[in-house]
Ligand binder design. Structure first.
Ligand code: NAD
Ligand code: UDX
Length: 480
């Protein structure tokens, strides 16, 4: 029986390994992590991450050929294939701070593999890493090898949160990069055989190591670039009276462009896009390509601009002050169908409003009060560095409340911000909400989920990203 061990039981390691175990009953899969809390949760009925369909997959395989454990060394030692799926956040200190990938977790996993291994292993990069990381890992492993042979593969993960199980069941492609030597190609084949249990062969792409590593960064950069492009258009739409949903529909009808990933929003979030683009920018700079670095930086700049534009629009519409006004925040996760808040645009919007002394009442169906409080007190990039967490200041505690119902959040509010596109926000009883709000009642829709005309008929003043501007808002001072 082939034995797989995955180091890192996070958003990627957990679901990916659960699907491998489901589709390959003849393979034993152990997912290991240094976090006892996380492993305990994987072994309980309350999994540590919310992902549609995940519970069923885990229930079917856990205890059969899928195991979650904190005994990292034992499982690494026994495995034939070791996936490394640890976090690779942005560095917060030292050389490349604010841009480069922090490979501390990666390196410690690699050193541990070298320390405990007693048999040959295929080591698979599952985490998103800078190009050439495989070479560094190879050096760590071979310099400490005690005669053991290692083959390093790059097998980046393309799943998106909220649709992880669907994406893993039916991937557009699986990418495997390896050394172009007979041993390297043998390792590529071994991993290909795992995926071939359920992925059609023509969707399993094999490349050299560096192409696989770079393809992951490139794919995320291209995706994020589309969002920044449509968000840049949304600002122009508001200035000219065009409607961004009509523009993106028309643009996306061109088969060369395609319709996906053209939804204007308050900005993209999530643990990957910003981190991976910053990493790409850093690699370009290190390779003497400042123009290329500058090009990709713009994707992040437009994203930051979109978030601050949203806050500015809100404050200027409400007579240039939100001081002591109650603002309901509907949605805090970075997208629907996940409880993940890493780099969610809601953090920047809420911090902007708190800076203007607003009182926030926040509702998200999947995000806990603790998480929201942690997010609102954290410095940029600190979400992956738990040691840096600080308690919420007493003033912020007074300004923020977290509630479990959209109607409660909006009661007596002056304005509503929709920051995540949860389906339930589309079918809220907005007449009831309007009746219970302060007047004039404002809605700022950062996800284009509400029916603008219907809300205006009820009496709301509505701002929806990239849509023709309400007469009221036109009279307010211009936003930067
Ligand atoms: P995560 O933070 O959810 O999980 C990483 C886990 O690794 C944590 O539970 C941590 O405790 C554990 N860990 C760290 N060092 C360890 C060690 N030495 N030994 C054992 N466990 C260790 O991160 P994630 O979202 O799963 O992302 C993992 C990687 O996959 C990152 O490189 C990320 O960029 C990439 N990725 C993420 C997504 C996504 O949607 N989240 C998608 C594609 C790729
Ligand atoms: C992304 C990539 O899609 C995935 O392939 C990679 O493996 C990890 O990073 P993820 O961050 O989970 O996945 O979600 P994604 O669906 O890409 O959304 C990222 C952000 O972009 C979210 O905040 C989302 O709301 C936003 N978005 C997405 C838009 O604003 N408009 C769109 O049209 C699409």
């Amino acid at each position: 029986m082939v034995k797989i061990c995955c180091i890192g039981a996070g958003y990627v390691g957990g679901p990916t390994m659960a699907v491998i175990a489901l589709k390959c009953p003849s393979i034993e899969v152990a997912v290991v992590d240094i976090s006892v809390t996380r492993i305990n949760a994987w072994n309980s009925d309350q999994l540590p991450i919310y992902e549609p369909g995940l519970d069923d997959v885990v229930k079917e395989c856990r205890g059969r050929n899928l195991f979650f454990s904190t005994d990292v060394e034992k499982h690494v030692q026994e495995a034939d294939i070791v996936f490394v799926s640890v976090n690779t956040p942005t560095k917060t200190q030292g050389l490349g701070a604010g841009k480069a990938a922090d490979l501390t977790y990666w390196e410690s996993a690699a050193r541990m593999i070298a320390d405990v291994s007693k048999s040959d292993k295929i080591v698979v990069e599952k985490s998103t890493v800078p190009v050439k990381t495989a070479e560094a890992i190879e050096k760590i492993l071979t310099h400490n090898s005690k005669g053991i042979k290692y083959q390093i593969l790059s097998n980046p993960e393309f799943l998106a949160e909220g649709t992880a199980i669907q994406d893993l069941f039916n991937p557009d492609r699986v990418l495997i990069g390896g050394r172009e030597t007979p041993e390297g190609q043998k390792a590529v084949k071994a991993l290909k055989d795992v995926y071939a249990h359920w992925v059609p062969e023509d969707r399993i792409l094999t490349t050299n190591l560096w192409s696989a590593e770079l393809s992951k960064l490139a794919a995320n950069a291209f995706l994020a670039q589309r969002i920044s492009s449509v968000n840049a258009m949304s600002a122009l739409c508001e200035a000219t009276g065009a409607d961004v949903t009509q523009v993106s529909y028309s643009v996306g009808k061109d088969s060369r462009i395609g319709p996906k990933f053209l939804n204007a929003s308050v900005g993209f979030g999530g643990s990957c896009f910003q981190k991976d683009i910053l990493n790409l920018v850093y690699i370009c700079e290190c390779n003497g390509l400042p123009e290329v670095a500058e090009y990709w930086k713009q994707v992040i700049k437009i994203n930051d601009y979109q978030k601050s534009r949203f806050v500015n629009r809100l404050v200027s519409s409400m007579f240039n002050t939100v001081s002591n006004k109650k603002i309901a925040i509907l949605g805090f996760a970075f997208k629907k169908d996940t409880g993940d808040t890493r780099e969610t645009p809601a953090i920047d919007v809420c911090q902007g409003l708190l800076g203007d002394k607003a009182r926030l009442s926040i509702y998200d169906p999947q995000v806990t009060q603790d998480q929201i409080q942690r997010d609102l007190t954290m410095n940029k990039f600190d979400w992956d560095h738990p040691a840096h967490l600080q308690p919420m200041s007493p003033t912020t505690v007074k300004q923020v409340s977290v509630v479990w119902d959209a109607y409660e959040a909006t009661k007596d509010a002056h304005g509503i911000c929709i920051l995540t596109e949860w389906d339930e926000f589309r079918s809220l009883d907005f007449q009831r909400i309007y009746d219970n709000m302060q007047k004039p009642a404002f809605v700022f829709d950062g996800r284009n989920v509400v029916n603008v005309e219907k809300l205006r008929e009820i009496g709301f003043i509505v701002y929806s990203i990239g849509k023709p501007i309400d007469a009221w808002l036109k009279d307010m001072p211009a936003v930067a």
